[in-house]
Design a protein around this ligand. Structure first.
Ligand code: MG
Length: 304
């Protein structure tokens, strides 16, 4: 069933997550390829990447949309660390970077076992401060997503990086093109999307789920949900553990047991999303060119 506000409901469990009459609203546009939204509680703004436009943007309700870094070296996923600092994936620098208090960007890690990373795409900060990130090759194989170069790693891995010790481990090595990632509310599960179908249609467009052991291992991976149309580039969980994922036509919602609850239709290809707003219940959605928002009757697991 499709309601008047462009929401498709496949399971009644979606209804209590919605606010009646709340509608998707376009906040701004003008990006080449929006990605990596992160909410800043200090001023109710959203930082988002124009990943193919090589710019970092900031939208706020009072100042609108502004370019805050150009070139951004093809920055993609963004997140806040436990101190509220912006940590990001730099596809161009092939590194995880962090903005310091003086505004400068510092490379935190750009190598694994002495070899350069591919081009980190998306990341999440765990409650212990470790940064878990995906490292597909998009930034070295697509000239509009990075500066090219040779692939030095043996594959496209998911890493766990501890910024306190500098320790980096490859925690998932079996995926083709890992991309978005998020933990379950108790951090016992790690969800990771594989968007290899974007390059090779016969490959994957699904979210896998892994069991997290000892806060440092990801094991027993299995397919959680196959997402179509398009790919689940980025996604987030709400406080109940429901998964809100991007796709080509919508934000799609899955219950923790994998049931497809429904879709929030978006009028262009959806790339990533984050929860924010003063109550944590506003879903900010990056699409190909635009930033959208919709109020929900649930809140993000993290306002990041
Ligand atoms: Mg991504």
């Amino acid at each position: 069933m499709i309601n008047k506000k462009g929401i498709e409901i496949y399971d009644d469990r979606l209804k209590p997550l919605l606010i009646p009459n709340a509608a998707l609203k376009k906040l701004t546009d003008g990006a080449v390829h929006g990605e990596g939204p992160v909410y800043l509680p200090e001023d109710d703004s959203v930082i988002w990447s124009d990943a193919h436009g090589n710019r970092l943007l900031r939208w706020s309700p009072t100042e609108g949309n502004k370019v805050i870094r150009q070139p951004s070296h093809y920055q993609s996923g963004n997140y806040l660390d436990l101190q509220g600092r912006l940590v990001s994936c730099s596809q161009g620098q092939r590194a995880i970077i962090r903005q310091e208090s003086d505004g400068e960007w510092k490379v935190l890690v750009d190598r694994y076992q002495g070899k350069r990373l591919n081009s980190p795409n998306d990341l999440v900060v765990k409650s212990d401060g470790t940064i878990w990130f995906s490292d597909p090759t998009f930034g070295i194989t697509h000239e509009n997503q990075g500066y090219g170069g040779e692939q030095e790693q043996a594959g496209d891995f998911v890493y766990r990086f501890d910024p306190e010790t500098g320790e980096i481990d490859a925690v998932i090595k079996e995926m083709a093109k890992p991309n978005g990632l998020a933990f379950s509310p108790d951090e016992s599960l790690l969800y990771v999307s594989d968007t290899s179908a974007a390059e090779h249609p016969q490959q994957h467009h699904y979210i896998r789920v892994y069991e997290v052991r000892e806060n440092r291992y990801a094991e027993n991976g299995r397919v959680f949900a196959v997402i179509e149309p398009g790919e689940p580039d980025g996604f987030r969980l709400d406080v109940h553990g429901n998964i809100f994922t991007s796709s080509a036509d919508s934000v799609q919602v899955y219950a923790p047991d994998g049931t497809h609850l429904g879709k929030i239709l978006v009028p262009e290809v959806c790339t990533n999303l984050t929860f924010g707003g003063r109550e944590g219940n506003r879903l900010f959605i990056t699409a190909k060119t635009s930033l959208y928002a919709i109020a929900l009757n649930t809140s993000g697991l993290s306002i990041n």
